[in-house]
Design a protein around this ligand. Structure first.
Ligand SMILES: *Cc1c(COP(=O)(O)O)cnc(C)c1O
Length: 409
């Protein structure tokens, strides 16, 4: 069982009926998915662009209602399918990338507004950002990286505006991100005497936010930090990027030892995030600077927008089936801990029945789930696992089995 940070175990049990409301609409539209299977075969990633557009509109409008100057960037790594970025660019989002490879993809997609953050940027990656400075905002991750950038700019005699990422969690492995807040003033002073670099913004990002508590806390610390920064820093600070990490409001779902019992860790609705975060900004940060507030949501936007279709190939016992696809389609052993409903589109029913649904990879860790919604399960049945948009497609790998196809609905 996954130990969830800060959440006591045993976890709360998912309420009866909670899933039925989420599963029913997919069965209702099952012909759409069966048609996609008929045309494109299995295994298949299904992007529902309507769902993605709805999420994008909602994310923007909820925060725009609480803050006057905002900008929105999609965290490319959460799902790198080009069509997703394309749709979000059309919806007015920029892209948030964290490597030269992602930056190249974002430029290729025609994104005009790109944030490039992440630890350990190479000189080549920094040069790429410099070369596309009209479209790219670089966020510096360390003092060493900043000094390397300053050298590059001096050699090229090119000027650049960049932002700085602040570490908001110095414990354990999270220490690798950004500079410690007490390094901001000395780093800023170093930048100020450099002929080619200007500092025009700040960023922080916290992950896995089921509530806005962590973001609120850090905004308070940031307010205290800003109080001690020089006036010219505050005047030149054009953006404060508060990152992503918003958990979808359906909460986190985990498997238990009972195939028909699932854990459900609730998450706050986006409106609560917007209310609490904007109140914290209004109290601690916006009195000091007129900066634009930037957002980098990934998971919240794409989680609901993609499903995976697979097919039963072999029924080896009355409670064990093997599917054509393996979990190389998602790149990690997700379903050993995370729970998602598996819908038998061929024999729809709102009753969940236990059965081990396993992939065809030569490893016992190749698990899709321990139950399915359906009247029965047989060879040839078409199964669909919804809500697979985040941190699956980007992590897919050609391990033993080929990669699934893609269809955009
Ligand atoms: C991963 C990441 C995000 C997106 O996180 P989600 O949990 O998908 O919202 C945003 N910003 C940065 C810097 C990231 O590394």
């Amino acid at each position: 069982m996954k130990q969830h940070p800060g959440v006591p175990h045993p976890h709360p049990v998912m309420a009866a009926g909670f899933l039925k409301d989420r599963v029913a609409p997919f069965f209702h539209h099952r012909h759409l998915y069966l048609d996609a299977f008929a045309t494109h075969g299995s295994a298949l990633y299904v992007l529902e662009s309507g769902i993605l557009k709805e999420r994008a509109d909602r994310f923007r409008s909820v925060f725009e209602a609480c803050l006057t100057k905002t900008a929105f960037y999609y965290a490319f790594k959460s799902n790198s399918l080009p069509e997703i970025s394309q749709i979000l660019i059309e919806k007015g989002f920029g892209l948030d990338v964290s490597s030269g490879m992602e930056l190249a993809a974002a430029l290729e997609l025609g994104a005009r507004n790109i944030i490039f953050s992440g630890p350990g940027k190479t000189d080549r990656e920094l040069e790429m950002a410099i070369a596309h400075k009209d479209r790219v905002t670089l966020l510096l991750d360390s003092i060493g990286e900043c000094r390397r950038l300053m050298n590059l700019l001096k050699n090229k005699k090119q000027s650049l505006s960049a932002g700085i990422r602040l570490n908001c969690n110095p414990t354990g492995l999270w220490q690798k991100f950004g500079i410690m807040p007490d390094q901001l003033l000395p780093l800023y002073q170093e930048i100020q005497v450099h002929p080619f670099l200007r500092c025009t913004g700040l960023q922080f990002h916290s992950s896995w936010n089921l509530t806005p508590d962590r973001q609120q806390d850090f905004i308070l610390s940031m307010g205290l930090l800003l109080q001690d920064m020089p006036d010219d820093f505050l005047r030149d600070c054009k953006y404060i990027d508060i990152g992503g990490g918003y958990w979808p409001e359906t909460g986190e779902w985990l498997v238990s030892d009972d195939p028909l019992c699932h854990y459900h860790i609730p998450a706050a609705p986006l409106e609560i995030f917007a209310k609490k975060i904007s109140a914290a900004l209004a109290e601690h940060v916006l009195p000091l600077t007129n900066a634009r507030i930037c957002f980098e949501p990934g998971r919240w936007l794409c989680h609901d927008a993609m499903h995976i279709i697979i097919q039963v190939i072999d029924k080896k016992a009355k409670d064990l089936v093997i599917t054509d696809a393996g979990t190389n389609a998602v790149g990690w052993e997700r379903y050993e801990t995370d729970y998602f409903p598996i819908l038998n589109l061929t024999r729809p029913s709102l009753t969940e029945r236990s059965c081990r649904i396993l992939g065809s990879l030569c490893t016992p860790h190749d698990v899709w789930g321990y139950a399915f919604f359906g009247k029965d399960i047989k060879e040839g049945d078409i199964l669909m696992i919804p809500f697979q948009g985040a941190y699956t497609y980007s992590l897919r790998q050609t391990f033993i089995k080929p990669l699934p196809g893609v269809v955009v609905l």
